[in-house]
Design a protein around this ligand. Structure first.
Ligand SMILES: O=C(O)CCC(=O)C(=O)O
Length: 299
């Protein structure tokens, strides 16, 4: 997918006070941050995908469908990796308001990791149990953050995403079940210890944006309202933060995983245990040279 050169970072996308709020609390909710033109484009493309889902009977590489999904009454859980499905999503995520916001919060160009569109369909769209993200895709630091954009107005009845302020600085929970298998959610015992009264539920008019840090405890209830709750999510990290291979979904985030937004090529500087190094370029797309080729300058 060819995109124009990344626009420069608009640090003004967020005020100093908001940046400080994000760092202290681990989340932000920005009402109507995405304007009507982008929203109209995103909704039109999303409507096309919902229409296309009618031809599908089971979940696959594009759609995660609820078991009761039918051609007559689509019920989507998720559009998988929207940036790889349509150029509108790609332009939005790599150049649009979320990329600008991520760059402003992280202080420079950012590294895209993955994207998804959670539908939380009407009349029972499924719950997302309390969890943190970083265990799903560990990185070399804790800068990764996820920016969500509500494509519809979301009121409290529609199960907006809930976050526990400040929890990004606390425990990293075990997301395995008591049977030893990956559960992707906190255990009932750990969840019982959460201060549910302190949860903040982040709703708002269409175009409102949520930001949560990768260590934030978050989730959402089933959507029993008559209205779906589409939330387009995209994850970025600081430029010097790298996904750790062979853990979780790292390595299966699609051909755009690792793309730099808001600037030029990565400088590939990495710090581990306080020791900085200038690491080799990312050869995941064009294949690596051998040490002989590099040293003899084969090109
Ligand atoms: O859709 C939501 O409410 C939460 C999304 C989420 O946490 C996830 O998909 O990992």
């Amino acid at each position: 997918m060819t995109l124009a050169k990344a626009p420069p970072v608009a640090v003004s996308a967020v005020s100093d006070r908001r940046r400080a709020d994000y760092e202290a609390n681990g989340y932000l909710c920005l009402p109507e941050f995405v304007g009507p033109e982008w929203l109209a484009e995103l909704r039109a493309v999303t409507a096309e995908f919902i229409e296309a889902s009618r031809a599908e009977t089971t979940s696959g590489k594009v759609f995660d469908l609820e078991p009761t999904h039918t051609a007559d009454a689509p019920r989507l859980r998720r559009l998988i990796s929207p940036v790889d499905q349509h150029p509108t999503y790609a332009r939005f995520t790599f150049e649009g308001p979320p990329a600008q916001l991520a760059s402003a919060l992280l202080g420079g160009p950012v590294r895209y990791h993955h994207s998804k569109l959670n539908f939380k369909w009407s009349e029972g769209g499924e719950e997302v149990k309390w969890h943190q993200d970083i265990q799903f895709w560990p990185h070399t630091d804790f800068t990764p953050l996820t920016i969500g954009v509500y494509l519809s107005d979301v009121d409290p009845e529609m199960s907006p995403m809930g976050v526990l302020p400040g929890s990004h600085l606390g425990s990293l929970y075990d997301l395995y079940g008591s049977d030893g298998n990956w559960a992707g959610a906190m255990s009932d015992d750990d969840a019982a210890g959460l201060d549910l009264d302190a949860m903040e539920y982040l709703g708002g008019p269409a175009g409102s944006v949520t930001v949560h840090n990768c260590c934030m405890v978050h989730g959402s209830m089933p959507n029993n309202s008559p209205r779906p709750r589409p939330l387009l999510l995209q994850t970025y990290s600081a430029l010097g933060s790298y996904p750790i291979a062979n853990c979780g979904v790292n390595g299966v985030t699609g051909p755009n995983g690792g793309r730099i937004c808001g600037g030029e090529e990565a400088t590939q500087k990495l710090t581990i245990e306080g020791r900085a190094m200038h690491v080799a370029p990312d050869w995941s797309r064009k294949g690596p040279p051998t040490i002989f080729g590099s040293q003899q300058k084969d090109g």
